[in-house]
Design a protein around this ligand. Structure first.
Ligand SMILES: *Cc1c(COP(=O)(O)O)cnc(C)c1O
Length: 399
């Protein structure tokens, strides 16, 4: 029998407009071609320091404990619960989408007594509901919320929740997996005690690292633990002793991943944080204007829509998967489908990091128009693109 030959791999070049990963910046791709060095090489130690300081700027914090955990966003989520929650602790979790649900699951696995505050998938968790829940339970250890719920397209307000957490002496944990880099985080100003993110969404890097920060209130809770953190790999004291201070060996972090994140953050610093936030907002607004002009309905609660991820309803009689397949195979564009109760009911269009460009907005709208019309849903030709162009030029403010 002939031996199977494995060809040199050649991955297709896609336009990634789903809920993550997003397209990476060319400088990130370049950075990944650099030689590998040892985990204690003076070069990588300098890169760690610069990466941490850029992460502080993006998070909007002066927290000493600011680093990137090896693993994806979910590793940051697991680390948050397994370090700060002990069996029997009461944890209040906002659940209005898949990731809130995942947070509740992660907390339960640490032995927490989870009290969910629920809302419909597509609506925010109302501060009044959080307040009522905190009042009902005597000692709440931690309140956790998802800032940008990628499964629904909702942006959760954080200010009142932060105030309420402090008032009830609970730690405030925020999932910023989708928002970091595309939206102001202001960790210190908002009084967020613990926050994690990922590398592959608005930072324009590939997946593999989870940016993480924790403040003094959180560190005090860590010191008061009655037992060791159950996960050796995600023990923050051990991870932070590699990143800072003694640089003690804990695990062999991937230097190429760290180069990639470093470079993505450097691109972001070059652009300017405010410029990046504005860019995500401008393109998100143009996309929404285009979709609505095509007669499509946005799913997320008005006034609380994400800029970097737009959820839009699949029109009656249209097959979700057929449209997504057309976009992928005919136009090389990836968008996301709905999850859980929203399966087949919405599309999720991401404009994150390197994918958030005006060209991508226009391309997606034309490709979607074409695909919808082939499936029998007629829209006024060119209406989506025209509305997006108008929004991009700021023309809607003219009389
Ligand atoms: C993507 C995402 C996660 C999970 O991140 P992974 O990198 O896929 O592990 C968690 N929370 C939110 C809000 C996300 O969008």
């Amino acid at each position: 029998m002939a031996e199977k030959l494995y060809e040199e791999l050649k991955s297709p070049s896609r336009i990634l407009l789903g809920p993550g990963p997003s397209n990476i910046y060319p400088r990130v791709q370049q950075a990944m071609l650099q030689p590998v060095v040892g985990y204690l090489d003076p070069y990588i130690l300098g890169i760690l320091e610069d990466t941490a300081s850029m992460l502080r700027a993006v998070f909007g914090t002066s927290n000493q404990l600011t680093l990137a955990i090896s693993g994806t966003g979910t590793a940051g989520m697991d680390a948050s619960f397994c370090n700060f929650v002990e069996p029997g602790d009461v944890v209040v979790v906002g659940v209005n989408g898949l990731f809130g649900d995942r947070m509740a699951d992660a907390a339960r696995r640490c032995g927490a007594e989870v009290v969910p505050v629920e809302a419909e998938w597509g609506r925010i968790i109302e501060p009044a509901a959080i307040e009522a829940t905190l009042k009902k339970h005597k000692k709440v250890k931690l309140l956790s919320l998802v800032h940008a719920e990628t499964s629904t397209g909702v942006l959760q307000p954080l200010e009142e929740a932060s105030y309420l957490a402090r008032q009830h002496d609970a730690l405030f944990l925020v999932d910023a997996v989708t928002s970091l880099g595309g939206q102001k985080m202001a960790i210190d100003e908002r009084g967020i005690d613990i926050c994690y993110s990922c590398s592959q969404k608005c930072l324009g890097c590939l997946s593999g690292l989870s940016p993480f920060t924790a403040g003094e209130r959180a560190l005090a809770a860590l010191q008061k633990r009655s037992r060791k953190v159950q996960s050796f790999y995600l023990d923050l004291s051990l991870i932070s002793s590699y990143w800072t201070g003694s640089h003690a060996y804990h695990h062999t972090a991937s230097c190429i991943m760290i180069y990639a994140l470093h470079e993505a953050l450097a691109v972001l610093m070059d652009e300017g944080l405010d410029k990046s936030f504005e860019r995500h907002q401008r393109h998100g607004d143009a996309l929404k204007a285009g979709l609505e002009s095509m007669g499509l309905k946005l799913h997320a609660q008005e006034g609380h829509r994400l800029s970097m991820l737009t959820s839009v309803q699949v029109p009656e009689g249209i097959d979700d998967v057929r449209i997504r397949n057309r976009l992928l195979h005919e136009f090389g564009i990836e968008i996301g489908g709905g999850l859980g109760p929203l399966k087949s009911r919405i599309w999720r269009i991401g404009l994150m990091g390197g994918s958030s460009t005006a060209e991508n907005v226009l391309l997606l709208l034309s490709a979607l128009e074409k695909s919808l019309s082939r499936e029998g849903f007629q829209t006024e030709p060119g209406a989506g693109v025209a509305a997006a162009l108008k929004s991009l030029s700021g023309a809607e403010v003219r009389p």
